[in-house]
Design a protein around this ligand. Structure first.
Ligand SMILES: Cc1cc2nc3c(=O)[nH]c(=O)nc-3n(C[C@H](O)[C@H](O)[C@H](O)COP(=O)(O)OP(=O)(O)OC[C@H]3O[C@@H](n4cnc5c(N)ncnc54)[C@H](O)[C@@H]3O)c2cc1C
Length: 384
């Protein structure tokens, strides 16, 4: 779907990538939507196919099997996924987040071991921070990693983990020193493909939206993880690593938010031209015109802000507060715009026959994950 605003970071190579991604989502994944929604998780084969097409790990250096690009390429992929209305594949987490941790903190050996599989789609990645007792207060997490010879024994529970049902590699935030808050947290790469002893997946959570993605509980009961799977040179660096990577995670969420707004406005304008009430198209009624003008303006302003954040991030200059502003304001805008657009569809907007209904349900999670929007405001306020 073309946007009338040309992103300043966009180059011809991004258009080629967008064409490839759009063809993949619309021709190869969307025909399976109803089945994917019913099974509650994506097809592993779709990850493999995305890998085969070169769509995974776009910002991973080529020597590890990636595309050798940067965040702008990841952004184009996620944008096209949202324009297509595809929401089963957890690419935002798999490519946009997990590979980022490995590139940033992985040793040479770790990168060679895991990145090629993530880029080919042989491995599915996830990141597990949230626990049943709480997600916002990350420093209070209780999962333990206790050193035992050359291994760690990981014990604890994680919940709401995107891609958790299929994941082969899970970056787990665990306490290596339970006496400490932030300084006691370490990130461990847990290889859970084939469900090794000491690891169990709980049920796939029944959600109101994003039903084609496998959001799961994960249970660790003395899972043996080689000490060599620790990310970073020493224990206790996990919280700092999370803080450094979370701005990108928040930007990833913002990319999806703006693409969803653009899609909602386009779908609704088309519907409002086609559907009539009181003898004229909906778009002929003043309220419809006003609402769509407001939604289009909010969407354009969001796009300009997002583009500025993407450009800053590509230059390595996206600060925590600005990323939090993007996450909070863009997802609030997504929920508002999608809700107002749904209203213009009348009763049809409430039926899943029309994409706007699913967009409404899917949008709601955006204000919650990646740090809730309340926590985002706290981060912004701290920087004032
Ligand atoms: C679909 C989905 C996918 C997810 N994927 C992942 C994933 O892949 N990995 C992962 O680790 N997590 C994931 N999450 C979890 C998500 O990040 C957490 O739900 C979120 O961080 C909030 O944590 P919580 O649910 O424990 O809420 P709580 O922390 O219990 O918060 C409850 C409410 O209290 C508010 N609150 C808490 N503290 C404060 C405060 N100091 N000031 C003001 N208000 C406050 C919150 O904003 C919220 O409104 C996912 C969640 C969903 C819904």
């Amino acid at each position: 779907m073309p946007t009338p605003h040309l992103s300043p970071w966009r180059k011809p190579e991004h258009d080629d990538l967008a064409d490839l991604a759009r063809a993949f989502f619309t021709r190869e994944v969307l025909p399976h939507t109803e089945r994917l929604l019913a099974q509650g998780h994506p097809d592993r084969e779709h990850y493999r196919r995305a890998g085969e097409l070169g769509l995974l790990g776009l910002s991973v250096p080529e020597q590890y099997g990636g595309g050798g690009g940067d965040f702008t390429h990841e952004a184009v992929l996620l944008q096209e996924q949202a324009y297509a209305g595809e929401a089963s594949l957890g690419l935002a987490v798999h490519s946009g987040i997990v590979t980022g941790y490995l590139v940033a903190y992985g040793s040479e050996e770790q990168k060679r071991r895991w990145l090629p599989g993530l880029c080919s789609g042989e491995l599915v990645g996830a990141i597990a921070m949230t626990e049943p007792d709480g997600g916002s207060d990350l420093q209070a997490l209780r999962t333990r990693a206790v050193r035992d010879g050359d291994d760690y024994l990981v014990t604890g529970a994680k919940t709401f983990i995107s891609n958790g049902g299929l994941a082969d590699l899970v970056i787990v935030a665990a306490k290596t020193d339970p006496e400490q808050r932030a300084a006691g947290i370490s990130l461990l790469v847990c290889e859970v493909g084939g469900d090794p002893e000491g690891f169990r997946r709980g049920r796939l959570l029944a959600k109101i939206g994003l039903t084609g993605n496998d959001t799961a509980e994960l249970f660790f009961d003395g899972l043996r993880v080689p000490a060599a799977n620790l990310l970073g040179d020493a224990e206790g660096l996990g919280f700092v690593q999370l803080m450094q990577q979370l701005p990108q995670e928040r930007l990833v969420i913002g990319v999806g938010a703006v693409a969803a707004m653009e899609r909602a406005v386009e779908l609704t304008v088309a519907y409002a031209k086609e559907r009539s009430a009181f003898g004229k198209p909906l778009l002929g009624h003043q309220n419809t015109r006003m609402v769509l003008a407001e939604c289009a303006t909010r969407t354009r302003a969001s796009r300009v802000f997002l583009d500025d954040c993407i450009s800053r991030h590509a230059r390595g200059e996206l600060d925590v507060a600005t990323a939090a502003m993007a996450k909070y304001w863009l997802t609030d805008g997504q929920c508002e715009v999608v809700d107002r657009c749904l209203q213009l569809f009348g009763g049809y907007g409430y039926t899943t026959e029309y994409p706007i209904a699913r967009m409404y349900a899917d949008a709601r999670a955006q204000k919650i994950y990646g740090g809730t929007n309340e926590i985002m405001k706290e981060l912004i306020a701290r920087a004032l």
